[in-house]
Design a protein around this ligand. Structure first.
Ligand code: GRG
Length: 308
């Protein structure tokens, strides 16, 4: 049982069972993802897409989308196609990130990477297939949501993925590799785009589907931006402090690839402090939502305490 700060009275603690909440949500998402992509002809590509999509992972992005939709008065049913699409997009970005032309990784989520099993050609296509299907899935499967909101969601997803989001962050990351003088501004640019943009889209899409008022959308977006950067700082810390078994991927990769990271610029202790500060700033954005925000608050706290 995790005891979280009550958003309305910071001194009081309101119990919230985050492990149980995450477990319930994870099984709901696993089942929805499994149903989303059945095997068809040509079997090889569907198998490759399913291999990485169903390989586990924390499912943080779809959980954030569902939790925000419910916080804003919507239902799980309204958000589940978008939640699945977000996990498809995240998974495709991992498949492409692991390719020899990018980070060249052999392990992900405790398994061999997609290209190690299916070859580079199919891994590229599996990523492309997941990306295209994510958009089709939102457009075709979202029910009981006004079309205007679905269009807004599709637009937010496109922005998060493209040159103004993940792709842009990845380009600057690749350009910065091996450079000794990467500034904190450049590092923030990389991770605001590579990592925080998709987490922001998860929260924003959940709020949009529920029809949240603009002021709430803005607050929730700031919450997501803060946890997004905190998430990446912790990711950099774990690359140094956690084992391959804990991470499910090669540990110590950043140092090996001569990548600038938050700990390489600030040191471990200051990185931890900055992550905690961002989580506190994120939680402050939830003040006006009261107890409805307990899941988002507990997820923010989980970001700095996670071990993988
Ligand atoms: C999106 C079109 C398109 C291309 C991709 C390769 C690329 C461009 C971007 C890289 C994006 C990337 C891999 C960012 C890292 C984000 C990150 C911290 C991943 C780890 O997320 P977790 O810990 O992983 O949530 P699990 O396995 O738990 O889901």
């Amino acid at each position: 049982m995790v005891v979280t700060d009550n958003p309305q009275t910071p001194q009081e603690k309101v119990p919230f069972d985050l492990p149980a909440y995450l477990q319930q949500r994870q099984s709901q998402i696993e089942a929805a993802l499994d149903r989303a992509i059945p095997i068809a002809y040509p079997e090889k590509i569907y198998e490759a897409m399913r291999y990485s999509l169903l390989a586990g992972g924390k499912r943080l992005r779809p959980i954030l989308c569902l939790a925000t939709c419910e916080l804003a008065g919507g239902t799980t049913e309204m958000a589940i196609p978008t939640a699945c699409a977000l996990e498809m997009i995240h998974t495709m970005s991992l498949i492409h990130d692991d390719l020899p032309a990018m980070d060249n990784d052999d392990y992900r989520r405790g398994m061999l990477t997609n290209h190690k099993v299916y070859g580079e050609d199919i891994a590229i296509l599996a990523g492309d297939g997941l990306l295209a299907y994510a958009f089709e899935y939102v457009a075709a499967k979202t029910k009981n949501v006004p079309a205007q909101r679905v269009l807004q969601v599709i637009s937010r997803l496109g922005r998060a993925v493209g040159a103004a989001g993940l792709v842009g962050g990845q380009v600057v990351d690749l350009e910065s590799e091996g450079k000794a003088d990467v500034s904190i501004d450049t590092l923030n640019f990389i991770h605001n785009h590579k990592t925080a943009a998709l987490l922001e889209a998860c929260v924003a899409c959940g709020a949009i589907l529920a029809g949240a008022p603009e002021a709430d959308l803005q607050r929730l977006t700031r919450y997501a931006q803060n946890i997004g950067l905190a998430f990446q700082i912790v990711d950099d810390i774990l690359d140094i402090t956690a084992t391959q078994e804990e991470l499910g991927k090669t540990a110590g990769k950043d140092l090996q690839a001569q990548k600038a990271t938050y700990p390489s610029i600030w040191g471990l202790e200051e990185s931890q402090r900055q992550a905690r500060q961002l989580v506190q700033a994120a939680i402050a954005e939830l003040d006006s939502f009261g107890e409805k925000a307990l899941p988002l608050q507990a997820i923010a706290e989980f970001i700095t305490s996670r071990t993988h």
